[in-house]
Design a protein around this ligand. Sequence first.
Ligand SMILES: [Fe+2]
Ligand SMILES: [Fe+2]
Length: 140
Amino acid sequence: MNQSSTNHEDINYLPFMFGIEKIDSDHRLLIGIFNRMSEKADQKESNDFMKIIDELEKYSNYHFANEETLMKKANFAEIDEHVIQHQIFRQKIDAFKTSIQFGSSTLQSEIVAFLRKWLLKHIMECDAKYVPSIKKYLNQ
Ligand SMILES: [Fe+2]
Ligand SMILES: [Fe+2]
């Protein structure tokens, strides 16, 4: 699975399906928002780009809350480390929004490249860790 080599290619959500319905539908939607964002960056439409960052921020906060609730209910041992990763993401999105508002030269494609790497790595490496605990909890 090598999805990080090109910058403007859509991410395919299928390899990230864990078999946990709620989480999978969140990830599918989140990746869908990212793919639309990646297309906007190609088109250099800055207003639309800002709108879609807002959408990504709102949806990721909603999804992180879902994950954090499930990890807690499932007594997942590495919850603290996971919540820190979500927090770092929130801060990063905040910083991107500020730099766009203040007319920083932060390129849209740099933001897209960061988000692509972060999403792929986070889902594959961090989210994947809670799968056995949450599946066990949901099957109880
Ligand atoms: Fe996730
Ligand atoms: Fe997560």
